[in-house]
Unconditional design. Structure first.
Length: 139
């Protein structure tokens, strides 16, 4: 029994030594297929008029081809001009009014129920952002 444990330990040690020695070889470089993915960028916002433009502007300044992503805003139960501010920045806006269901989960379910069939064929992924005004004064 003791010889079997020693043999297994020696085998395991040899395996670990093999792996350790090969980590000093040529590093694997990921292949760039040149394929770019299309994204639906979805922003959930409720009364975020003060910050929605900054968020959309930041997304537009990303180092990624603008033709490969679209920005959508779910203006959820807004009582301010969030939807207008988002449209002014070039986003596609979905306005939702349901005072009984005022959560991000309800807003996401609502927009996915309406758009997912179309988005399945058009986008490779959906990225979700939450517009959040932390109440700080902007200058």
């Amino acid at each position: 029994m003791c010889e079997a444990v020693l043999a297994l330990s020696a085998l395991y040690g040899a395996y670990m030594a093999f792996i350790a020695l090969h980590m000093f070889g040529t590093p694997l470089v990921p292949r760039n297929s040149g394929t770019r993915h299309r994204f639906a960028v979805l922003i959930c916002a409720r009364n975020e008029e003060r910050v929605i433009g900054d968020l959309i502007g930041s997304l537009q300044r990303q180092n990624y081809p603008a033709r490969l992503y679209d920005v959508f805003v779910v203006a959820d139960n807004c009582t301010d001009r969030t939807a207008d501010a988002a449209r002014a920045m070039g986003a596609t806006v979905f306005e939702r009014h349901d005072p009984q269901h005022q959560t991000k989960g309800h807003a996401l379910t609502w927009v996915f129920d309406r758009c997912l069939p179309e988005w399945r064929d058009r986008y490779d992924a959906c990225i979700i952002f939450d517009a959040k005004d932390n109440g700080e004064q902007r200058f």
